[in-house]
Design a protein around this ligand. Structure first.
Ligand code: NAD
Length: 516
């Protein structure tokens, strides 16, 4: 395996940026765009000041005043055009995701496909922003609700879904009548500039107002300037729970709306009846895919004692064959961690797991350091833990899979065992995604029931990662409670007005109140 030479990567990136229409490259810029593939800097860009963020929000708010009165299906035409441009530029944008976020090729392309899918959903939605008609208790009266555009939406996004998360928000916000100001991760600025170039071109083609979409670059301070601006009606923030804890009180202090998509600590319960071939495939993709850097990555397996040894043996064998290396090479399945801090988090977590009595059954080492000293490639780690200790309860954003057992090999009460597994499953602060591998319909249904998984996403015989557009995406507890993408997630981007119309000649009051 050879890692791509850094100079080649810079040349490749520059030509992709040219083709995507990115012009904001500034050799004197204060912000370096780095690639985790080689660990080297690619190009430089300039970050925004707090004052510039304010000016950009002003322009977005002006655009809102026109956009909110544009009929929703006409707004949909902008998103349709964006979807067409994304199809046209899928290969380039997908490759840029791989270069900047370190995702393997199919995942880089998959992320762009997800953008296309949400555009399709949003275009349909632009003719379906429906409200209710409600029976009034008063004769000659009609009650209804309307959904109106909300205002400027501030989007803060994480490095690991550098383009899809923006599109989940932007596609819905734009059809709902809201301009978007986006603060991407400082680790993935080029993909953000590329999306901005495409949406600007889409707006030009359909004659939409300027400033419906903007990007502000920089670190947390730039995000804070956006979060604190009272004209930002909704802050949709995706990232760590630590970030959510900082952002939420600031938005609450000004009574802004908040949509939080924060960390996960996703588990799979594997029961005695599980189809182990399918289970192992599901586990390995969910745990080692994206080098463990998905919010929905599988981090905990809770397996029945009767099948634990067999399952661990098979996962360890699969881990031994995973091709680790440049995400730009065909055949690679595990790319790099994003940076040195991420590697440190991986190494520290493994030390803590060992100190808590854990045994590393597979992986756990850094690789390819000789070829690229500033890039951080690691072997996905499989760790058997005696209990769900403190380190297992925390989200470490790296490929570490902890395995715990439930029940006993000679158990005679499978229902009680399963409830023990559920209790362990829910006993973490996060509540994003979850799964059960079982062929037992009672276990599957109990897992999905009110007494089952407490997560926003609960799957049967599928790992917890790899959600598709159409369902609402998000989670409970420290994951933040937000929902994006499908189902009725669009409502977060609109404000609801309840209207009562009296078409009679009388003025009856509600609840039988008499006045005069
Ligand atoms: P991060 O929290 O370090 O950064 C996320 C974004 O928040 C970045 O743009 C960052 O600049 C910004 N930010 C940080 N502090 C801020 C502050 N005080 N005010 C305003 N903005 C601030 O996260 P990351 O390392 O980029 O991404 C990994 C994390 O994101 C993981 O915890 C992962 O689970 C989570 N994540 C969650 C989802 C989801 O949908 N639930 C999706 C992707 C990632």
């Amino acid at each position: 395996m050879t890692l791509t030479a850094h100079d080649d990567l810079v040349a490749r990136t520059t030509s992709i940026l040219d083709r995507l229409g990115v012009t904001a490259i500034d050799p004197d810029g204060d912000l370096a765009a780095r690639s985790p593939v080689t660990g080297g800097d690619l190009v430089r860009v300039r970050s925004h000041s707090a004052a510039e963020v304010g000016e950009i929000v002003t322009a977005a708010h002006d655009a809102f005043l026109a956009w909110r009165e544009t009929p929703a299906p006409v707004r949909g035409a902008l998103v349709r055009e964006l979807g067409l441009l994304l199809r046209e530029h899928k290969a380039d944008l997908g490759a840029l995701v791989s270069v900047e976020a370190g995702k393997i090729r199919s995942e880089g392309l998959g992320e762009v496909q997800e953008m296309i899918d949400i555009c399709d959903l949003a275009v349909g939605l632009s003719r379906q922003l429906t409200g209710l008609t409600i029976a009034s208790e008063r004769p000659g009266h009609r009650m209804m609700e309307q959904w109106h555009p909300l205002g400027v939406v501030g989007v803060i996004s994480a490095f690991n879904f550098p383009v899809a998360v923006w599109s989940w928000n932007a596609a819905l916000a734009l059809v709902c009548g809201d301009p978007v100001v986006w603060k991407p991760s400082e680790k993935t600025v080029l993909t953000a500039l590329a999306c901005q170039a495409l949406v600007t071109e889409a707006a030009r083609r359909v004659g939409a107002p300027e400033h419906l979409s903007s990007v502000v670059l920089g670190t947390a301070e730039v995000g804070e300037a956006l979060v604190d601006d009272h004209r930002v009606a909704l802050v949709s923030a995706t990232g760590s729970t630590r970030m959510g804890r900082a952002v939420a009180p600031r938005v609450a202090a000004r009574f802004g709306k908040l949509l939080l998509e924060l960390g996960g600590n996703n588990a799979a319960i594997v029961t005695p009846s599980a189809d182990l071939d399918l289970t192992v495939r599901g586990i390995v993709f969910s745990a080692a895919g994206t080098a463990g850097q998905r919010c929905t990555t599988l981090r905990r397996v809770i397996v029945h004692a009767s099948v634990a040894d067999e399952l661990c043996r098979r996962i360890a064998a699969a881990y031994g064959t995973l091709p680790i290396g440049s995400p730009l090479d065909d055949g690679t399945l595990v790319g790099p961690l994003i940076d040195a801090a991420s590697y440190q988090g991986y190494a520290d977590a493994l030390d803590k797991a060992r100190a808590n009595g854990g045994t590393v059954l597979a992986g756990g080492e850094r690789v390819l350091a000789d070829e690229a000293a500033d890039a951080y490639y690691v072997q996905p780690a499989l760790v058997r833990m005696p209990t769900q200790s403190e380190i297992v309860q925390a989200e470490t954003f790296a490929p570490i899979l902890y395995v715990m057992t439930y029940g006993s090999a000679d158990s005679t009460d499978p229902a009680r065992d399963f409830d023990e597994a559920l209790a362990m499953h829910n006993d973490v602060p996060q509540g994003l995604s979850s799964s059960v591998f079982t062929l037992n319909v009672r276990e599957a249904e109990r897992f999905l029931s009110a007494a089952g998984s407490d997560c926003g996403i609960a799957n049967v015989n599928i790992g917890p990662s790899g959600a598709e557009i159409g369902g609402a995406f998000g989670g409970e507890k420290e994951t933040g409670g937000g929902r994006e993408s499908g189902s009725d997630a669009w409502r977060a981007y609109m404000r609801r007005a309840t209207n009562t119309v009296n078409y009679s000649t009388e003025l009856p009051l509600a609840q039988g109140v008499e006045f005069g």
